[in-house]
Design a protein around this ligand. Sequence first.
Ligand code: AMZ
Length: 308
Amino acid sequence: MLSACCRKSPIHPRHLYVLGPKSRAGIPAFCVGDSTLKSAPVWSRVRKLTTVQLLFFFGDKCYLMILYPAIDLKDGECVRLKLGEMSEATVYNRDPAAQAKAFEEQGFEWLHVVDLNGAFAGASVNGAAVEAILKATRNPVQLGGGIRSLEQIEAWLERGLARVILGTVAVRDPALVREACGKFPGKIAVGIDARGGKVAVEGWAETSDLTAAELAKRFEGAGVAAIIYTDIDRDGVLTGINWEATIALAEAVSIPIIASGGLASMADIERMVKPDAAKLEGAISGRALYDGRIDPKEALAMLRKARA
Ligand code: AMZ
C-alpha cells in the first residue's frame, strides 16, 4: 500500500504517508511522517498534513498564500545579508537545524533555504548544514544556491528536498531547466533576482541583459513549479516587498510567483491577502522574522483566515 502510494505521487520516502481509517484513533486519514514508518509506524512522529502541504503533495497547483521563513547559509550559519553583500552579514543563529525546527514549531508549513557560499562558488558549499536541516524538520524544504546541473538536482532531491531553486543556470542554460522540469515534475523552481529591472546571477555579482518578465516567459509551459522573484534593491533592508513589480510579473506569466526581498512588517502580510495578490503563491520572510517585526502566530492566522 505504501509503496503504491509513493509510486503514484512525487513524494520522497522521507515524506512517506499512510492512507487508512486511522482517524478513529485520532490520527487523520492523510498523514505524513518520515521513513521510520517503513519498518514500524511510530505514531508520535506522524502528523496531520496542513492544507498547504496536502495541496503540494496531491494538488495540481496551489495559489495559497504561503509565508516561507528563510534560512540563508553562510559558512554553516544562519545569516541575513543586506542587498546580497556577503560583507554585510548578520548572524542570527549558529545552528541552522535548530532554526529550521523552531520555524516548524512556530507553525510554518514550508522552509526556504539558500546556500549563499554555494551561489557564489557555483556548487553547494553548505551541504552539511542543509542535510542537518532536512533531518531536523518535517516541513517541505526548497533550496537554492549553487545548483547548476541535472546530477546536482537529482542528488538534492534524493536527499529529501521538496524543490530545488535554479537561478544562474536558468539564465545560462534554460534548456537544462526545461529538462529538469520534465524529469522532476513539480520539484523545480526558478529564482529570478532583479536589480534595477535586470536579472542578476552568480551570487548577484553579475547582471544580465534580461528583464524578469523576459526570463520568466522563457519557462511558460515548461512545468516550473514556482518562480521566486527577488527585488535585490530591497533584500535585507526592510523596505517592504515590491508588490507592484511582483504582481506585474504574476500577470505576465501563468507560473506561480513567490515574492521575495524586503518583507518588513505586518503591513506586508496584510498586503498579501488583498485580492490583487491572490495570483501569488506566497512570500519569503527573513530579517523581519528574525528581528521580531512579524509575529509568526499573528501572520499565519491572518493568512489562514484569508484562505478559508
Ligand atoms: O544574496 C545573494 N547574494 C544571493 C542569493 N540570495 N545570491 C544568490 N542568491 C540566491 C537566489 C536563489 O535562491 O535568490 O541563490 C539562489 C540562486 O543560486 P544559483 O547558484 O542558482 O544562481
